[in-house]
Design a protein around this ligand. Sequence first.
Ligand SMILES: *[C@@H]1O[C@H](CO)[C@@H](O)[C@H](O)[C@H]1NC(C)=O
Length: 458
Amino acid sequence: MFPTLALVSLSFLAIAYGQQVGTLTAETHPKLSVSQCTAGGSCTTVQRSVVLDSNWRWLHDVGGSTNCYTGNTWDDSLCPDPTTCAANCALDGADYSGTYGITTSGNALSLKFVTQGPYSTNIGSRVYLLSEDDSTYEMFNLKNQEFTFDVDMSALPCGLNGALYFVEMDKDGGSGRFPTNKAGSKYGTGYCDTQCPHDIKFINGEANVLDWAGSSNDPNAGTGHYGTCCNEMDIWEANSMGAAVTPHVCTVQGQTRCEGTDCGDGDERYDGICDKDGCDFNSWRMGDQTFLGPGKTVDTSSKFTVVTQFITADNTTSGDLSEIRRLYVQNGKVIANSKTQIAGMDAYDSITDDFCNAQKTTFGDTNTFEQMGGLATMGDAFETGMVLVMSIWDDHEAKMLWLDSDYPTDADASAPGVSRGPCPTTSGDPTDVESQSPGATVIFSNIKTGPIGSTFTS
Ligand SMILES: *[C@@H]1O[C@H](CO)[C@@H](O)[C@H](O)[C@H]1NC(C)=O
């Protein structure tokens, strides 16, 4: 994930849970079935559910309906300091479809970009997969395993991101380590990623009210003193014009609150505790502009299957992660990943430490990914356990140009690594995409995990 998500806050009439729990709306997690496969290729369907991230929820005073947070501003009397705010404020239940445009049916999850609710307009969303207990996160270790899903992103234009990824959150959302967090994973608390986002309203059981500043271009978001960091495996960051698979690592394991230089903000991007750039494989950026898009080899105008294999050095679940392989299945045909076609690089078609080193050298990029331990560190995070995230978002910092256009915009677009997709550098402004593509939607379905080769057939 590159910059932070666009958030919306709601000015409702009713309930609030800060890091307490509010009860004005019942919290009913949408059901989602997923499959677990065995080496022979037989798969069992299990019932799971998804939970909305706490940042999107109505936050109000405990027992009342006064907003603790409105637009991008905290209420001074309810939230004079981090701990008082956490005690005074409650997170409420979510109307998943009516307010947030989140619906499930069988094994499919649909996330709508703009939802006009009764009291508010919601932009984007982020949900986590819960385990069979319907209240703690499902933890994944994908070493020597494969993760597969179908995606329909035909209705996702330039500037949007339908993302499926893993982050190293606490199974209980942090309520065990930080007892002032009473809401926990049942209310989607404890988010972290390698961008060490500062826009999270509660971190480590405290409100992020210190130094809080509303965003200059997002009426629903702001940033506080602290960020929240952790390892992140981006399986899929994509729209109909392009896609990237990107491991990112940190020098710390598990969700970690940061401040100052450790957060790696602005000019200190490469001085923080996490690798913000990651080691990305984006077929267009790696030199094949014919591979993925509308009408291309992987045709984004209809649904297809995305398979990601996590190979270890000794082919066991305890070995070091050594390779991340990608393949696609569409219309019954298995499609091998595109090969790198960049002068000075071998024809890599998967992510290995060799690939990352070669790519960073050839593109002249800073190699914090390998400095922080590369794929082995990513594998260590899976051993700790990672949480599945699915989201739809637009980008108030960089217009998603790092995914689908030329980026940085002041670089020579013909220099290797600068062109990442066909979208114009003028595309992706949140004001434009929110007004022009309110119906944009991503549908993730048919999630499967299992041993290498068990989750798909040709
Ligand atoms: C792991 O499996 C691959 C593919 O089956 C094989 O080529 C490789 O030699 C194996 N590696 C080890 C260390 O057993």
